[in-house]
Design a protein around this ligand. Structure first.
Ligand code: BTN
Length: 226
């Protein structure tokens, strides 16, 4: 993919702007006034961090691969940092949330929003402990790395299918074969994290058998507050 980068000082949300742009566009902003998180949450977006949205084609039945591909692209772009991944697409630094990914769909395209805490990370009102890169990279340097890696992984997906992306995602996965709890809007499940299936669903081993989950927030410490 040939990326066409557009930079803004401030936007409401790079995802919102990207939804109006053609495939291949990358929208970046130094800050966002209404950054969007998953499940309608807010993504705090002060200056200093990376906020970018990539407009990619709708891959139809293969769309499920994108959250994983995106998380791996971010992880691969941060060599030398203690990076791990939490299902489905949180990027952790030393076990704390460093980056979030929000994929939104328009009629004929997808917008992949990536937020990385480069300089600062929120402490108030966060669901999960957060981390930042302490400014050790410039947002634009990181953005360029991610775009390069995105192309490599899109190529891999096309040639080898989700199998290879899944393998790479699992190589970064945190708490594999360990107890986790997963919170859904109206339920909570606990069990052993057994990885992801061929469509990216989370496999949770419970006494009654293995449960396959498609949505939810994963937590590792069973005693942690919701
Ligand atoms: C999450 O809840 O973990 C996902 C957060 C995604 C934040 C990024 S920042 C760039 C892009 N624009 C947005 O409004 N959200 C995404």
């Amino acid at each position: 993919m040939k990326w066409d980068i557009h930079q803004f000082e401030t936007l409401e949300s790079t995802n919102a702007t990207a939804l109006l742009c053609p495939v291949g566009t990358v929208v970046m902003a130094e800050s966002q006034t209404a950054g969007r998180g998953r499940y309608g949450r807010t993504w705090q977006s002060p200056k200093g961090n990376l906020y970018m949205s990539l407009v990619v084609p709708d891959f139809g039945k293969d769309n499920y691969a994108l959250p994983f591909l995106t998380a791996v692209a971010v992880a691969d772009s941060l060599p030398g940092f203690e990076i791990s991944l939490k299902w489905p697409n949180d990027v952790l630094l030393s076990g704390k949330k460093l980056a979030g990914i929000l994929i939104e769909k328009a009629d004929d395209k997808l917008v992949v929003g990536i937020g990385v805490n480069v300089m600062t990370s929120p402490t108030d009102g966060v669901l999960y402990p957060t981390a930042n890169l302490e400014g050790r990279l410039r947002p634009m340097t990181l953005a360029k790395r991610i775009l390069l890696q995105y192309n490599t992984l899109l190529d891999l997906l096309q040639k080898k299918g989700f199998k290879e992306i899944r393998k790479r995602w699992l190589s970064y996965a945190t708490n594999l074969h360990k107890p986790i709890s997963i919170h859904l809007a109206d339920a909570e499940f606990q069990g052993i994290f057994k990885g992801i299936d061929a469509k990216g669903a989370l496999l949770l081993k419970q006494k009654s058998g293995t449960r396959t989950l498609n949505v939810g927030d994963v937590f590792f410490n069973l005693n942690k507050d919701k």
